[in-house]
Design a protein around this ligand. Sequence first.
Ligand code: NDP
Ligand SMILES: O=C(O)C1=N[C@H](C(=O)O)C[C@H](O)C1
Length: 264
Amino acid sequence: MKIAVAGVSGRMGQMLVKAVEEADGAELSGAIERPDHAWVGQDLCDLCGMGRGVTVACDAAQGIAGADAVVDFTAPAATVALSRACAEAGVAHVIGTTGLSDEDIAAIDEAGRKIAIVRAGNMSLGVNLLTSLVERVAASLGLDYDIEIFEAHHRHKVDAPSGTALMLGEAAARGRGVDLADVADRARDGMTGEREPGAIGFHAIRGGSIIGEHDVVFAGPGETLTLSHVANDRALFAKGAIRAALWTEGREPGHYDMVDVLGL
Ligand SMILES: NC(=O)C1=CN([C@@H]2O[C@H](COP(=O)(O)OP(=O)(O)OC[C@H]3O[C@@H](n4cnc5c(N)ncnc54)[C@H](OP(=O)(O)O)[C@@H]3O)[C@@H](O)[C@H]2O)C=CC1
Ligand SMILES: O=C(O)C1=N[C@H](C(=O)O)C[C@H](O)C1
């Protein structure tokens, strides 16, 4: 399968190029960066020692030409534009980008009527398994167990809560049979008053080089249960994304997630 990588100079972009080169049945066919980026127009191999013969494009249509799938860990506006370009070109789109708004997701849904799209705030096996556990625990425990979600990431992360924290919050809300939008408590500061019963709280730590850590805390009467995940290597996310790209081969159009890919 021929795979193009968007945001190729980024932390995940570089991991993705390596993961494509290491994967059986995958070949790098294109690389995309934002317009004005210093890498545009250059041979990828001269820049990072991988991807010989691939020239970095800033035009989405050019970058995905000849690709079967594009893997995209960039920024919301870039991802929405790339989804439209993929739908026009009939190229599958694997999306790791987080911080997407409801409008962004609606635009991606629209593209998913024409092509296979896999989107997940976290491409690791561990986090996708954790969502099932969180849903189950939330369904088993009553409202006297308060749910709080902690996430920690490196100082360069630009969105909060993390995509993973939102996935875990959605799983907890599903378990309780409620809509996360109705119960999420994303900012506490000053005289907040007592905790709202049934709220799901979010807390974001940003610092240093932390790759990604998530805790879901169920704080109940006389006991606290915590479900945790720690990512130790970004390669984890890149390998999951390439697995998702390979999975799209021959797939019907639709907006899928990693639970579909992993068969969980
Ligand atoms: N789902 C998952 O498993 C994971 C998701 N992520 C998410 O992936 C995203 C990227 O993370 P990370 O790699 O750390 O961030 P980086 O900032 O290191 O990389 C993003 C890259 O995308 C580039 N970019 C921005 N706009 C465009 C555009 N219009 N066209 C092409 N490229 C563009 C950036 O270029 P420039 O720097 O010049 O702006 C940069 O090279 C984030 O949303 C993050 O949350 C991260 C890890 C795992
Ligand atoms: O920006 C990151 O780095 C990460 N982003 C994803 C998120 O928002 O959850 C996944 C992972 O935690 C790393």
